[in-house]
Design a protein around this ligand. Structure first.
Ligand SMILES: *Cc1c(COP(=O)(O)O)cnc(C)c1O
Length: 389
């Protein structure tokens, strides 16, 4: 068994291996696409590539309307505005900060809930006690591409007369009971950030099956589209032709990138599954998933706490990452809503770790990460003693 780098061994990797590796198109596809874009001299304001992207997303997800936007965060803001939300919106604390900050930008007050320890997502049971007379909507997050209790939340929203929308930033290509995410609630928002499985070099898309919501989304995302009377306030939230092109190229590569993700995911799982104290956050059997995140929970039963293991991996040039600071502890939200105890969110923030994956991470890289984890855990007492955290 090799000696971990934090105990003086050679690092597993000479260059840093990051989480959130970018998925890129081939150079020839990129060059041909941008040559055509240059020749057309149509760069913004609802050009042909935006229209093509909207049609392609609608086709892939089987939704009536896709409305592309500059990024996922403004997509959430535009969706909130187009749905006519006011007052409070119930949302999970355990998510990317943009989920909650978008609500504040939309003039809304997030009220944070805990998440289910298995799925890391909201459930109807967790949301219901947080509903008040000021609540206008529920914002679920399909974290790691796992469905955020769509059936339970749809029933709950109907019962209380609330809007329901989803942050589906991670969720393109994932299903719930065989139906693609994007088809639930009043609207769902996807991200094409460079670290996401579909990379638009920034970008996003709001999808809905409601014709009136779609009209308002289009009017709201731009000063140049839709019927301005449909909304009371607009925004420049539109996607550029260059971003739309990147997203289209990435969508063409999506099946291959998902296959690669699935292979990496299985390799990690098979390589680590027997280790005490490493709990794999599995994708639901029988559902489609884009497998873009390899997430584990690290229990001290493995011999190290999460931070000790993560920092020992950093010494190997494996930049495994922790997620997230729960939103109810973050500055924009402190004092915002009731002061609550959210033990699952706090537990996940202490124990969760993500491994590098994606198109740029090869099978040999994953094998190197697995070896490094095993070597570090085999030397756990010495690693802990050294006090890398
Ligand atoms: C990436 C992400 C967003 C924000 O998307 P951007 O396109 O980067 O603005 C929102 N929510 C979650 C859960 C995300 O991971």
């Amino acid at each position: 068994m090799r000696l971990p780098a934090c105990l003086g061994g050679a690092p597993a990797f000479s260059d840093p291996l990051h989480v959130g590796q970018i998925n890129l198109p081939t150079w020839s596809a990129f060059e041909a696409g941008f040559r055509a874009l240059f020749e057309r001299r149509f760069y913004a304001n609802h050009g042909p590539l935006e229209k093509e992207l909207d049609a392609r997303i609608a086709g892939i997800l089987g939704v009536r309307h896709a409305v592309s936007v500059a990024n996922g965060t403004v997509g959430l803001m535009v969706a909130a505005r187009a749905l006519g939300l006011t007052g409070e919106v119930v949302a999970p604390s355990f998510t990317f900060s943009g989920t909650g900050e978008a609500l504040i930008w939309a003039g809304l007050q997030p009220v944070f809930c805990d998440v289910d320890p298995q799925t890391h997502c909201l459930t109807a049971e967790l949301v219901e006690p947080a509903i008040s007379s000021r609540t206008s909507a529920i914002l679920g997050v399909h974290l790691w591409g796992r469905p955020c209790d769509p059936d339970g939340l749809e029933t709950l929203a109907r019962r209380y007369g609330l809007k329901l929308f989803f942050d589906g930033a991670h969720a393109i290509g994932c299903t719930h009971r065989g139906r693609l995410l994007g088809n639930f609630g009043d609207a769902e928002v996807i991200s094409f950030h460079a670290t996401k499985v579909v990379n638009g070099a920034e970008g996003g898309c709001i999808v809905t099956n409601d014709d009136d919501v779609a009209d308002r989304l289009r009017a709201c995302r731009s000063f140049h589209d839709g019927a301005p009377a449909a909304v009371d306030l607009r925004l420049n939230a539109k996607i550029s032709e260059a971003q739309a092109l990147m997203a289209l190229l990435s969508l063409s590569d999506l099946p291959a990138n998902v296959d690669a993700n699935r292979d990496r995911y299985k390799q990690y799982r098979d390589g680590l599954v027997g280790l005490t104290g490493i709990r794999f956050v599995d994708y639901a059997a029988g559902e489609a998933s884009n497998c873009q995140y390899v997430v584990v929970e690290v229990d001290p039963a493995c011999g190290l706490c999460r931070d000790e293991l993560m920092l020992a991996l950093h010494a190997e040039n494996i930049l495994a990452r922790d997620y997230f600071v729960p939103l109810h502890h973050m500055p924009p939200f402190q004092g915002n809503g009731p002061s609550v105890e959210l033990p699952v969110a706090d537990h996940l923030a202490r124990t969760l770790m993500q491994f590098p994956t994606g198109q740029a991470v090869g099978a040999a890289d994953v094998a190197g990460v697995i070896d490094a984890v095993r070597a570090i855990l085999a030397h756990a007492p010495a690693v802990a003693e050294k006090g890398v955290s």
